[in-house]
Each structure stands twice: as structure tokens, then as C-alpha cells.
Design a protein around this ligand. Structure first.
Ligand code: F1P
Length: 298
């Protein structure tokens, strides 16, 4: 589908609704603000898949903005030996077993951000934040991930409403050139490393596409050898000038943007879905993936 036509898949519809979902998230935030950790607490952020990468972005921003030490974990790797004041977990489905398990085992206050009321995570977390309005039909998460991160950014003092127009720009922008490449390396610095990971996951899920993600400075330490004409390197956040020049010298297509990085992620979501459609895949139903991963109980 071209960006100007009617959406055909749930993923496309859900990507397109991000401006209104971000507006709803901003309206919703004051009603739950006291359920998220304030300053000077040592926090762990937890999730799986997209929810892990949003935890990573939140952790990077929280610590950078002076709110306190913040670690992030994919749920199964949670460190039960480290001491935290609070845990923030994200799970759209509310059923991901590794997340349920962490919330069950810890003895510090926890907050779960989920789309599903009364889901298993809400039974084991201390406090729940339920954003049903951001739930999705597509297995591939798009607006859920940005709504959850948007809410968390608000808890760090960010005005989510201020970037809604940027989301619209990302939705209307031309992505055709990016649909022609055979590989993309997504890069970021600090909190945008989580966005780079999320963008790479989108292309793998929706398109079975070869993508990688790195902190942009580490990209020079080997992965850059992959860059060549016909491939792309995509930077979330403003890139260092020398790095941008070095990447362009490889002949790879270089993508960066002055948009807020979370608005820029919308372009990557659109590219992921577009690549999948070019390959005849249904981006709503990625190979080998269900809405949530529920492991057999012991
Ligand atoms: C986490 C997750 C997603 C993935 C897919 C399966 O789900 O791993 O990241 O894209 O949807 O589930 P959740 O815990 O946020 O429901």
C-alpha cells in the first residue's frame, strides 16, 4: 500500500492512529501519575520484546534526566540480587509469563503498564496502569509501544502533546527509497538505543528482514563493515557529524531526522510493514510469533 491509500492491515491502521493515541495518553497521564516512580529512587524497568526495548529507552532517559539510577531487563534476565526501590514493568497483553514471574518474585513496589484489565500481571503488581485505548489487533506492536513510552516520558516531565505534529509528519513522509534496500543497521545513543532495537525488531517481525541495531559509537567497532550501496544505516537522534560522513562514504543510504526520535520511530514502523508487504507477508501475523509468549508452567 502507498502511504496515501487506505490502510489494509491492522498494523497500518494502528501505526496511523499514533497521533490520536499520544493525545489520549497525554490526557490520561495525570490520572495515574502517582503510580510511577518519582525522583531519587533506584528503579528497574522490565519487559519482553518491544516492551523490553521501551523499558530500555525509559531507563536511559530516566537516568539522563536526573531521576535516579535505572536499570532495564528483559524479564528472564532480571537480577534478583540487586536492590531496587521500585520496578516498572510493561506488557501489552498482560500475560507474558516471564514478566508475571518477575512481578511475583520481587518484594519491592511494582507498577505494571498493560493494555488489558484484570490480566495476570495486574494480579501480581502492586499498582496497575491500564491503557486499553492503546491496545492492538496486530501481533506486531507499534502504537502500544510508543504509548507506553510516551506515558513514561511524561513521568519524566516531557510534554507528549508537543510532538503529536511530528508524528503526523512521520506518517506523511516518503519512505519509498527505504523500501528498496536489502539491509538496515539501526543506531542510537543513550535512550535512543532502545528505539534502534525496536525498529530492528519491527523489520524482523513484520518482514523477516535482515536488520541489526547498535549504539552508534560501537557501530564503528566492526558492524560498519556491513555498510555498502544498496543497504541503509538509520540513526535515531542527531548523529555525530564524523560518523555520518563515514557512513555516507560507504555508499549506504543514510537516514537521520530532526524529528523527535519517537516520532522518527513511526517512519521505521512504516518501513517494516512496507517491506513485509513487498515480500507478500502479512505484518499482522509474523512467522512463529503470537500476541504474547506464554511459557509452560513448571
Ligand atoms: C511482548 C512480546 C512483543 C512481541 C509480540 C509477542 O509482549 O514479546 O514484544 O512483539 O507481540 O509479545 P507483551 O508482554 O508486551 O504483551
Amino acid at each position: 500500500m502507498s502511504s496515501k491509500n487506505q490502510p489494509e492491515t491492522f498494523a497500518e491502521q494502528e501505526i496511523a492512529t499514533q497521533p490520536e493515541i499520544w493525545a489520549k495518553t497525554a490526557e490520561f497521564f495525570p490520572s495515574i501519575a502517582d503510580r510511577l516512580p518519582g525522583k531519587a529512587l533506584k528503579v528497574a524497568a522490565v519487559g519482553c520484546g518491544s516492551s523490553w526495548f521501551m523499558s530500555q529507552a525509559y531507563a536511559g532517559l530516566r537516568e539522563k534526566n536526573g531521576f535516579g539510577e535505572t536499570d532495564f531487563y528483559t524479564a528472564r534476565e532480571f537480577s534478583f540480587t540487586r536492590k531496587y526501590d521500585a520496578v516498572v514493568a510493561i506488557s501489552r497483553s498482560g500475560t507474558t509469563s516471564e514478566v508475571v514471574e518477575v512481578l511475583e518474585k520481587i518484594d519491592v513496589p511494582s507498577t505494571i503498564i498493560t493494555a488489558v484489565p484484570n490480566s495476570p500481571v495486574t494480579k501480581v503488581a502492586t499498582k496497575s496502569i491500564v491503557m486499553e485505548f492503546a491496545d492492538e489487533e496486530s501481533v506486531v506492536q507499534t502504537r502500544w509501544a510508543t504509548a507506553a513510552l510516551g506515558l513514561l516520558r511524561m513521568s519524566l516531565g516531557f510534554d507528549l502533546k508537543s510532538i503529536i505534529d511530528q508524528a503526523k509528519i512521520a506518517l506523511d513522509s516518503d519512505i519509498e527509497e527505504l523500501l528498496e534496500v536489502e539491509q538496515i543497521a539501526f543506531l542510537g545513543n543513550g535512550w535512543t538505543i532502545g528505539l534502534a532495537q525496536e525498529a530492528a525488531l519491527k523489520t524482523r517481525e513484520a518482514a523477516q528482514f535482515w536488520s541489526e541495531a547498535y549504539p552508534s559509537f560501537d557501530y564503528r567497532h566492526g558492524p560498519m563493515s556491513i555498510a555498502q550501496p544498496g543497504r541503509a544505516v538509520w540513526h535515531f537522534g542527531i548523529p555525530e557529524e564524523k560518523l555520518a560522513l563515514d557512513i555516507k562514504a560507504t555508499g549506504a543510504l543514510f537516514e537521520s531526522s530532526y524529528l523527535d526520535p519517537m516520532a522518527h520511530l513511526i517512519r521505521a514502523q512504516r518501513v517494516a510493514v512496507g517491506l513485509g508487504q513487498k515480500r507478500g507477508l502479512n505484518p499482522d501475523q509474523p512467522r512463529g510469533l503470537a500476541r504474547s509468549v506464554i511459557l509452560d508452567s513448571k
